[in-house]
Design a protein around this ligand. Structure first.
Ligand SMILES: Nc1c(C(=O)O)ncn1[C@@H]1O[C@H](COP(=O)(O)O)[C@@H](O)[C@H]1O
Length: 175
């Protein structure tokens, strides 16, 4: 019987309502074969459990924490204050303010307590950034990231080729 690999990345969010955004981080980690855990850990609603999560994360074997929250999004910063691990913050957009409240709550950290903040709703990039952090010391993950970057380059070249072709046929492009 094969054992489930121990999670290397912790994906946490303030509420299960964040999951439709945050699942993109999990999907990115799946693409790279990186084991993760996902849970709801709210600084505001379950502060003592949030403190325990932050204090225990490194000893439990996690290497990176991805924390997403919306509105008064204090979860990523509070976790960064509790753990020596890198914390990647995902501003989750809510119904009002287009996610600007979440973004500013996460990105404006005081000096000494860094949170690597991705764009509003940018959970996929959070997963990719976590893969890069692991890849710095894990050659297999780094090789997968290099292959992924090759694919991106090829796709971008193809987009340019299609655009140039459409300009050669005036009825399809704008001159
Ligand atoms: N920003 C935080 C925190 C926190 O930062 O501790 N805990 C919950 N929340 C956010 O509240 C929003 C609404 O949550 P509900 O949908 O449960 O009402 C979510 O986006 C969550 O991340």
């Amino acid at each position: 019987m094969s054992e489930t690999p121990a999670p290397r990345v912790g994906i946490v969010m303030g509420s299960d309502s964040d999951w439709p955004v945050m699942r993109a981080a999990a999907e990115a980690l799946d693409e790279f074969g990186i084991a993760y855990e996902a849970d709801v850990v709210s600084a505001h609603r379950m502060p003592t459990e949030m403190v325990a999560y932050g204090q225990e994360a490194a000893d439990r074997g996690l290497s990176v924490i991805i924390a997403g929250a919306g509105g008064a999004a204090h979860l990523p910063g509070m976790l960064a204050s509790l753990t020596p691990l890198p914390v990647i913050g995902v501003p989750v957009p809510l119904k009002h303010l287009d996610g600007m409240d979440s973004l500013l709550s996460i990105v404006q950290m005081p000096a000494g307590v860094p949170v690597a903040t991705v764009s509003v709703g940018g959970a996929r990039n959070a997963g990719l950034l976590a893969a890069r952090v692991l890849g710095a010391t894990d050659p297999a993950v780094r090789a997968r990231m290099a292959a992924f970057q090759d694919q991106l380059r090829d796709q971008a070249r193809e987009k340019g080729r299609r655009l140039r072709d459409s300009l050669k046929r005036p009825e399809e492009g704008t001159r």
